[in-house]
Design a binder for this molecule. Structure first.
Ligand code: AHG
Ligand code: MN
Ligand code: MN
Length: 333
């Protein structure tokens, strides 16, 4: 069969048997995310109409409050996952605490928890630049049938069973891994169907793009400054090209296709950088490693880090393996 004709729904079913634990539950969960992605895509696409249909804080014609898109995306993902009783717990960048999901006054038998960044790069919405959603899935540690606890959420990234992102770009794509490579699906908006368009995505071993917010340069540690200077030097295949969208999903997606490194280092203003370990770095690290790339905090693999709190931040270096190796070399010099 021509794999490129496969829809995401078909692909999920075809690959169900390759999961370590086959119960169909993870497939239902991925299908839930697929559905929420379509709903959020529809809302994100309307963002430019904000002057016509109302800005956040306004009341619309039905008397409903217009919401900020990150709040709305958060609600849509949580609703889809909790109403269908697919997971036992959810944690979101937009929520202070994790959500424990019960059904019919008793705990159901669901085994999976989900962590999400419902809208990543949200400051780009107002200027019609690509944004995304990031998700990360684990099996719970505590016994099935009991309420989830913080322990279920504070697992190292290496325990992830699946992770992915949706990019609301010039096309809308859903890219994910269940630990068996990375596959990308593009939405046909006329049909509302995702098709396998990018099978077996891989980072080129090295690349020519570096992505970092250079406005923070003077606050970066010396090793990072030195690596940036190395990227700019005239030597061999350098200077590299600087590309920074300010939307991790979009910067990662471009670098995975073209080859490059994304950096959000610590600085004298932010001792752990900005990005969240659980909602942003771990899922991107899982995707990167599955796509033959690498993700590090400068000294240690991201997925080896033992999290201590839900919203913790971590410096992040991610992309083509050789480029991340080189950046680490400078930081550890
Ligand atoms: P979010 O919109 O979920 O808060 O995430 C924004 C993140 C990330 O997507 C992006 O790469 C980074 O913040 C940009 O930060 P700076 O504006 O500090 O460069
Ligand atoms: Mn984000
Ligand atoms: Mn966000």
């Amino acid at each position: 069969m021509d794999k490129k004709n496969l829809t995401l729904g078909e692909f999920i079913i075809e690959n169900q048997d390759s999961f370590q634990y086959t119960s169909g539950e993870l497939s239902r969960l991925l299908n839930g995310l697929r559905l929420a992605a379509k709903v959020v895509n529809h809302e994100v696409n309307k963002a430019g109409l904000v002057d016509i249909i109302g800005a956040a804080g306004d009341t619309n014609i039905q008397g409903e409050n217009q919401q900020k898109l990150d709040v709305l995306a958060n609600e849509k993902f949580i609703q889809t996952l909790s109403k269908r009783e697919i997971v036992c717990g959810i944690a979101s960048e937009e929520e202070d605490d994790f959500i424990s999901i019960n059904s019919f006054d008793k705990q159901h038998q669901n085994k999976y928890i989900v962590l999400i960044d419902p809208l990543d790069g949200s400051s780009n919405i107002d200027v019609n630049v690509s944004v995304g959603t990031i998700f990360s899935i684990y099996r719970r540690i505590t016994p099935v049938g009991t309420p989830v606890t913080i322990e279920d959420f504070l697992q190292p990234g290496k325990n992830q069973v699946a992770a992915g992102y949706i990019i609301y770009g010039t096309s809308t794509m859903l890219v994910y891994t269940t630990g068996d490579g990375v596959n990308g699906f593009t939405l046909n908006p006329a049909l509302g169907t995702f098709y396998l368009s990018h099978p077996n995505m891989e980072f080129p071993e090295t690349g020519k793009i570096y992505s970092v917010n250079e406005g923070n340069y003077v606050h970066f540690p010396q090793g990072v400054k030195d690596y940036i200077k190395y990227c700019q030097e005239e030597e061999g295949d350098r200077p590299y090209t600087s590309r920074y969208i300010g939307s991790l999903v979009s910067d990662f997606h471009r670098n995975m296709i073209k080859g490059g490194i994304y950096m959000y280092p610590k600085s004298s203003k932010a001792s752990n950088g900005k990005l969240r370990l659980l909602y942003e770095c771990n899922p991107m690290a899982f995707l990167a490693e599955q796509a033959k790339g690498k993700a590090s905090n400068g000294h240690q693999a991201i997925m080896e880090i033992e999290p201590t709190e839900l919203h913790e931040r971590v410096p992040f270096f991610c992309g083509s393996k050789k480029m991340v190796d080189k950046a680490e070399e400078f930081m550890n010099a």
